[in-house]
Design a protein around this ligand. Structure first.
Ligand code: FAD
Length: 486
């Protein structure tokens, strides 16, 4: 078959590999002149920056692609497990290292917060329990096919629904299990891994710590962009043709079937189309005449981000690859995000890839990817927000580290919800498609296929099972499964 793919984001690339391995003839159209979408990189005055994602979990889904293609992943893509997952800082001087090893993490919590280690172990076991029960169903299968709901595992999970905390918030679960406010805040932060609000998102989302502490957090050698590069190179080796800098203008539909793509003046005909473009824009821009799934497209968006990429003329021993400087009032921070505003004391995330890849910054310097959560774009005055937030972030991090941070910034670039939308065509600059704040969110995401237009499929962060690299890679697998079963 001939397959046309719209977009070379991570899910588009994974779909291309999967389709090529099946023996199909695959062409990918990408609007940018580089692959990866959000998962890309750039250089600035001698510093290398990963543009978007910085946390890498579930590396096996990347490895799977090489194995499927009959190649040894180790020959093309290497990564290391992190011993310290994150360094946490609070304004009162408390500092805590989240070690990957649960025993070491429990001891650190006991030493720094005076909380019995057992509470951490209980929370991680709860997380593992929920993951074992639901991970396969909610993440690895289409929720929109009857066959998913008629197997024994699913029925077993359904019987255990009360223990899954679907009807209580993630914050409530963490308060119940962890009790101590700083520890609750630390575990609440996992909601932001898919752009959600821990005070609203269902307690089932407390499966996320399991990814980081049990399955592991990793760093790809060469930086996050190495993921994109490795899968892109694999796709090329499998014979996929890439058309870079060529945005698709229309999906051609005849008699209820997707039959091709309009790219500028040219029409290209295919047997199947896979869209890796944000599903909202796929309908609005590429299928303006089709009937749109209004309810699905109206779902609340996930949060966005404001990022300052800073070259820093200093090396900080107390910092690691991932660092968090917590706000004093987390609840208020999320309440304002919900209201479309940015809190004056935001939680700051600093990612420094030069800690693992010294070549990413000049000697004695560091490359800081400094990010705060912000609402998706609803017409806020972003220039004013950026000016204010820049000052607040510099003051906050400088205060906690005891330095004049402003004087250490050598160069700067900025990403905000507007540029996230323009660079990756993600509706309103949302990082993870729709939010997971409501317990029906998983069911309200768009399916990986169209039930109105035959031969049209969807992958990527705006459709099932959601945003984040592992889920995007799984979306490509689900597309393959659904296509095979059709
Ligand atoms: P996208 O990256 O959204 O790319 C879509 C591609 O389609 C783009 O290249 C775009 O140019 C192309 N395209 C769109 N329209 C057209 C068209 N008409 N024609 C041709 N091409 C088109 N995830 C994690 O796992 N860990 C993290 O730490 C993390 N942090 C993040 C931080 C930031 C700042 C951002 C922005 C995201 C982060 N994410 C993280 C989320 C993760 O990056 C995304 O979920 C994932 O990369 C989305 O991949 P995708 O396949 O949906 O495609």
């Amino acid at each position: 078959m001939r397959i046309g793919i719209i977009g070379a984001g991570i899910a588009g690339l994974a779909s291309a590999v999967r389709m090529a391995v099946q023996g199909h003839e695959v062409e990918v159209f990408e609007a940018n002149d580089y692959p990866g979408g959000k998962l890309s990189q750039f250089d600035l005055q001698g510093y290398r920056f990963d543009a978007g994602p910085s946390l890498f979990t579930m590396p096996q889904y990347v490895d799977d692609l090489f194995r499927l293609a009959g190649e040894d992943p180790l020959e093309h893509f290497q990564y290391d497990r992190l011993d310290t997952v994150c360094h946490y800082f609070w304004e009162d001087g408390t500092r805590l290292n989240a070690y990957a090893d649960p025993t070491a993490f429990g001891k650190e919590v006991e030493d720094k917060l005076g909380v019995p280690a057992d509470r951490v172990h209980t929370a991680l076991s709860d997380s593992a329990y929920k993951y074992e029960l639901t991970g396969r169903i909610f993440l690895e299968k289409s929720l929109h096919r009857l066959s998913t709901w008629t197997n024994a595992k699913v029925l077993k999970a359904m019987l255990k629904i009360p223990g899954l905390d679907l009807f209580t918030s993630m914050n409530r679960v963490n308060e119940r299990l962890l009790q101590e406010p700083k520890l609750v805040q630390l575990f609440n932060r996992f909601a932001t891994y898919n752009g959600s609000n821990p005070y609203k998102a269902p307690g089932l989302l407390s499966i996320i710590p399991h990814f980081e502490h049990k399955i592991g957090a990793y760093f790809p050698r060469g930086g996050m962009n190495a993921i994109t590069q490795a899968i892109y190179d694999l796709a090329v080796r499998k014979g996929v043709t890439f058309h870079m800098g060529q945005p698709v203008d229309r999906i051609l539909v005849e008699n209820g079937r997707a039959v091709g793509l309009q790219v500028g003046e040219a029409q290209h005909h295919y047997d199947r189309i896979i869209s890796n473009m944000d599903v909202f824009f796929t309908y609005k821009k590429l299928l303006p005449d089709a009937r749109h799934p209004q309810l699905t497209l109206k779902q609340q968006k996930s949060t966005s981000a404001l990022i300052f990429y800073w070259g820093i003329r200093h090396s900080f021993e107390e910092l690691g690859l991932h660092n968090i400087f917590f706000s004093e009032d987390y609840k208020q921070e999320f309440a304002l995000l919900e209201a479309g505003e940015v809190y004056e004391d935001p939680t700051v995330y600093v990612n420094i890839s030069s800690k693992c890849e010294p070549g990413d910054a000049p000697e004695g310097h560091e490359n800081w990817f400094t990010m705060i959560n912000v609402p998706y774009d609803s017409g806020q005055d972003w220039d004013a927000i950026i000016d204010r937030a820049r000052e607040q972030v510099i003051q906050k991090v400088g205060r906690i580290l005891g330095v004049d941070l402003k004087s250490l910034i050598v160069c700067e670039d900025i990403l905000d919800p507007r540029s996230i939308e323009s660079k990756t065509r993600s509706h309103l600059g949302a990082l993870y498609g729709t939010s997971s704040n409501n317990r029906m969110a998983a069911f309200m995401r768009h399916a990986n296929f169209s039930n109105r237009i035959r031969n049209l499929y969807f992958c990527g962060g705006s459709v099932h099972p959601g945003g984040g690299i592992p889920l995007c890679l799984l979306s490509a697998k689900i597309v393959e499964d659904v296509m095979e079963a059709a």
